[in-house]
Design a protein around this ligand. Structure first.
Ligand SMILES: O=CCCC(=O)O
Length: 497
């Protein structure tokens, strides 16, 4: 007999909790000023099964203001910690995450859907950001400036910017948090974080470990709830000096406007429409592997996913045939099952968009080579798809699909394809495959994007600057450049020498 809905939900919560080595990582409360607060009312569901995993509080503007005030109170004390003290605490947080990586990955897959192997990879790179910035905390150097006045000495020192807001997306519920929070904390800033409503459990689990690592109360605060009122407080409260956001360009523009009132600094990692180009001198097998990683990682729900693929005339058929053979062999299912490489999409709206892009491309003459429809598993499972003979004016080449759909467009020459790549208001990532050294330089320099992968489909690493140009955003995350977002330069002239 099927148990009633409420009992089923309780069972599901117990199921995830029971499967964790440390059940205390599954939190149903917000973390403000070092206390776990709020009534759990908002259900978090597993997209693979639809069952409820847990509930989290639905906080609003007042509680967000309290969180900002807590961060404001904690700021002077945290900023006065020595760089080494901050570094040691961050290092401890990193170690705890690694020690709990399997639990964190299971929570991540359960709430987000990606295969467990990818979730483990995300937890590892999420931890790697913390490790990197724990090291970087000790290298926030200033400078001395050759003087124009014999009686004066000139310095530029770097100081933490202050309280930071962070708003993070559901597609990378762990690493997008650590990529923002760890440089902020390393620099001496305090943070109020709003995770995505679909995936708050990864954020709360990270906070459990942050508390254990000894991050003082008020330094990291987590607020779950309705995005617009929380985002408005983060953008408009006078104590907040920086807001970091990863998400859609449409929301990024709203935050940009709201933050302009208090002239705040913003870090925006927004939408993309990454081209993936295969020239006829490329290693085709390597290009196919790169396309698989770039396109189908996280079921195509990655901001740097290849969105439109361009293959040159001479190798077009070979590339499409080899790509679709691999794609047709992918295993769809619950991300916790062994061998699954394609989990469910985050929700039915995501499925609708993939279907809309396929229908539009087919209407303009494209052919479905493999996939093309909802999976027989139901829910938001969608067959990984390859389309051939796609026209460059199709919707799928203009808008980010955010799903497992590879549209392959034919091109003639280098100038032709570079023009198509750059004919977009977005400029996050681009990829191309070629073995001609001259072409590699020319094309890498010509592409209008913040990041370029040459002969690779995977460019993310904690040591490199991640970010876009044009409507794909502002600022850089990761690498030593990522630290610059969280410090202010203060110039000091010491006269009377
Ligand atoms: O979707 C944004 C993040 C992608 C990544 O970290 O590779």
């Amino acid at each position: 007999m099927t148990p009633p809905a409420a009992a089923r939900a309780t069972q599901a919560t117990a199921t995830l909790r029971d499967r964790l080595k440390d059940p205390a990582l599954l939190k149903e409360a917000c973390y403000i000023d070092g206390a776990w607060v709020g009534t759990p009312v908002f259900a978090v569901n597993n997209p693979a099964t639809g069952v409820e995993l847990a509930k989290v509080p639905q906080l609003g503007a007042d509680d967000t203001t309290k969180a900002v005030e807590a961060a404001q109170r904690a700021f002077p004390g945290w900023a006065k910690h020595t760089a080494k003290q901050r570094s040691n605490i961050l290092r401890k947080w990193f170690e705890l995450i690694i020690a709990n990586r399997e639990d964190l990955a299971l929570i991540l897959t359960s709430e987000q859907g990606k295969p467990l192997s990818e979730a483990l990879g995300e937890v590892d790179i999420g931890a790697a950001y913390i490790e990197f910035f724990a090291e970087e905390a000790r290298r926030v150097y200033g400078e001395t400036i050759p003087t124009q006045r014999p009686d004066a000495r000139l310095l530029a020192i770097k100081q933490p910017i202050g309280v930071c807001g962070a708003i993070t997306p559901w597609n990378f519920p762990n690493s997008m948090i650590t990529r923002k929070v760890s440089p902020a904390l390393a620099a001496g800033c305090t943070v109020v974080l709003k995770p995505a409503n679909e995936t708050p459990l990864s954020a709360l689990a990270l906070a459990v470990l942050a508390e254990k690592a000894g991050i003082p109360k008020g330094v990291l605060n987590i607020v779950t709830g309705d995005a617009p009122p929380i985002g408005k407080v983060l953008c408009e409260h006078p104590a907040v000096r920086f807001v970091g956001f990863t998400g859609s360009t449409a929301v990024g523009k709203i935050l940009y406007q709201q933050a302009s009132v208090g002239v705040k600094r913003l870090g925006l990692e927004l939408g993309g429409n990454a081209p993936f180009v295969v020239f006829d001198d490329a290693d085709i097998d390597a290009a196919v592997e790169g396309a698989i990683v770039s396109k189908y990682r996280n079921m195509g729900q990655t901001c740097v996913c290849a969105n439109r693929l361009y293959a040159q005339d001479k190798i077009y058929d070979e590339f499409v045939q080899k790509l679709s053979k691999k794609v047709a062999a992918m295993k769809i299912g619950d991300g916790t099952e062994s061998g699954v490489t394609q989990g469910p999409l985050i929700n039915m709206k995501a499925v609708d968009k993939v279907e809309r892009h396929i229908a539009d491309a087919v209407k303009r003459g494209a052919k479905v080579v493999t996939g093309g429809k909802r999976s027989e598993l139901g829910r938001s499972f969608f067959e990984p798809t390859v389309l051939a003979d796609v026209k460059s004016d199709s919707l799928v080449a203009q808008e980010e699909t955010f799903g497992p759909l590879a549209p392959v467009i034919r091109f003639k020459d280098e100038a032709d394809v570079v023009a198509m790549c750059n004919a977009s208001p977005f400029g996050l990532a681009s990829y191309f495959y070629s073995r001609d050294l001259g072409r590699v330089w020319r094309v890498a320099e010509a592409l209008e994007s913040g990041m370029v992968g040459v002969n690779t489909g995977l460019i993310t690493t904690e040591v490199a600057p991640f970010g876009g140009v044009k409507e794909s955003g502002l600022g850089r995350e990761g690498s030593h450049h990522g630290m610059e977002e969280y410090v202010e330069i203060k110039y000091v002239m010491m006269a009377g020498v």
